[in-house]
Design a binder for this molecule. Structure first.
Ligand SMILES: Nc1ncnc2c1ncn2[C@@H]1O[C@H](COP(=O)(O)OP(=O)(O)OP(=O)(O)O)[C@@H](O)[C@H]1O
Length: 282
């Protein structure tokens, strides 16, 4: 893999006060046409994400995390409020935003190279064939899959498949990377390796990242800030700044007192939510 220039934390957060993604009083939900009811997934969420910031989101199952990033992606429209990216209201999907899914969402009949090319096909404005080839080569190099261009997904491990998913997201050179529990399906060791690689990749590409995870460790390891969402209908419970130096995969940082305190604090916020949800059900 190409050696990454790893940036210190103050560089990563220097733009955090210059909002790039803005959610203003966003409420989202889903209509049930059969019984004419409406489920509110998220209520009155306002949040700014700085350009180049890595924002991690944690919260109990069903609190609306996926709904939130689907709104940034333009797949779901808010019932109330507005989301803007780079000052423009989000009205649908666009090349400036790319999603990485937990289940990789690769096309099994296509090679690695052709899965990545897929992101640039069927677009109104797309790069020339030569430019596409060059971008695919670079993306494959960035995620460390050089030599596997002609492999099919079934010939790859889970971690390698997700690297293809990441390369496919990077190849359109989006300004925003949306990641929905991207390492949830890989084993614990691969997960740690992928976290380290993602940290290096983002240090090079400098995208703004919104990253959903169920792992507090992962959120503290990767995030410039961690948003803790309450149980459904999701609201922002607390935004925790993570002022740890990078790279965070360093064992001195992950084993530090400060890391442990942040983990403990987020855990206590989430524990309250899990217990709250139980009380509501009984
Ligand atoms: N397409 C849909 N139609 C109807 N209801 C939906 C739809 N998508 C999500 N929901 C509901 O909206 C709520 C929020 O779902 P969402 O997937 O956003 O939560 P989440 O926090 O990402 O959950 P998890 O952590 O389990 O992935 C849930 O109650 C879910 O059942």
């Amino acid at each position: 893999m190409t050696q990454a220039k790893v940036h210190p934390v103050d560089e990563a957060t220097e733009h955090a006060d210059e909002p790039f993604i803005r959610a203003r009083h966003v409420t989202a939900g889903y209509e049930n046409r059969r019984d004419h009811t409406r489920l509110i997934a998220l209520r009155d969420v306002s949040l700014d994400v700085g350009r180049g910031e890595f924002l991690a989101i944690v919260g109990p199952s069903g609190c609306g995390k996926t709904t939130f990033i689907n709104m940034i992606a333009g797949f779901v429209q808010p019932l109330e409020g507005e989301i803007t990216v780079g000052g423009e209201p989000v009205s649908g999907p666009g090349m400036d935003r790319a999603m990485v899914f937990q289940d990789y969402a690769l096309l099994p009949w296509r090679t690695v190279q052709r899965n990545i090319r897929f992101a640039m096909e069927n677009r109104r404005t797309k790069p020339s064939k030569d430019e596409q080839d060059e971008r695919i080569r670079k993306a494959i190099e960035l995620v460390g899959l050089t030599g596997f261009e002609k492999s099919y997904p079934h010939e790859l491990s889970g971690g390698m498949r997700q690297r293809v998913g990441i390369a496919r997201a990077l190849v359109t050179e989006p300004s925003v990377l949306l990641m929905d529990e991207p390492f949830g399906a890989v084993d614990a060791m691969t997960r740690e390796a992928m976290q380290a690689e993602l940290e290096k990749i983002i240090a090079q590409t400098r995208q703004t990242v919104v990253f959903i995870t169920h792992s507090i460790d992962e959120a503290v390891t990767l995030g410039d800030r961690v948003v803790v969402v309450s149980s459904r209908p999701g609201r922002i419970k607390e935004i925790v700044p993570i002022d740890l130096p990078r790279p965070r995969m360093d064992s001195d940082i992950r084993g530090s007192q400060q890391f442990a305190e942040l983990r403990e604090h987020i855990w206590s916020l989430l524990q309250g939510e899990a217990l709250g949800a139980k009380r509501e059900q009984s």
